[in-house]
Design a protein. Structure first.
Length: 171
């Protein structure tokens, strides 16, 4: 969906990576979790932080900062996992994304959203749905279905399907 297709007011979950504010359409967000123990899986891409146990299901967790060629996410008391649904080849995949902090849910009118900047052919910006404007601040609205390349999402999907469901043991 391009910025031209945004014709109605939408709600976005805003979160920080480093000093930048990003947003996801709340329709794609399942939940926000406090940072949980992440099991590192050997031989996965650098951006794959590992997997978490979400009510007995294995959920792959990615480090969005590494996806955006930033430094690795530092774990602080504000670090959290945004659980979202990503669509790949008409199939829905649940992934967790590390965020430095979650800010708020906000509504943006279509006129508050500008198209993503075009920066030539060498730099990929197709994963940015648009640039939201609030006061003097820009908010990068992500198209979570396009953040990862097809190869990266295939690696996430393979990780999800190769992991056996985790069974919670009642104490």
């Amino acid at each position: 969906m391009s910025v031209n297709e945004i014709t109605e007011t939408r709600q976005y979950l805003t979160f920080k990576l480093d000093n930048e504010v990003f947003a996801l359409d709340v329709a794609k967000v399942r939940e926000v979790l406090d940072l949980a123990p992440i099991t590192v899986v050997p031989r996965t891409p650098d951006f794959m932080a590992g997997v978490i146990n979400l009510r007995g299901s294995v959920v792959p967790v990615v480090d969005l900062r590494l996806c955006f060629e930033m430094s690795k996410t530092e774990k602080t008391r504000n670090t959290c996992i945004v659980v979202a649904e990503v669509t790949l080849e008409n199939e829905s995949i649940v992934i967790g994304a590390l965020a430095d902090s979650v800010e708020e849910v906000l509504e943006l009118e279509p006129e508050q959203i500008e198209p993503a900047p075009r920066i030539g052919t060498q730099i990929r910006t197709d994963f940015i749905r648009g640039m939201g404007k609030r006061d003097a601040q820009f908010i990068m609205i992500l198209d979570i279905d396009r953040v990862f390349s097809a190869e990266e999402l295939a690696a996430v999907r393979a990780q999800e399907s190769n992991s056996k469901p985790l069974v919670e043991v009642a104490a």
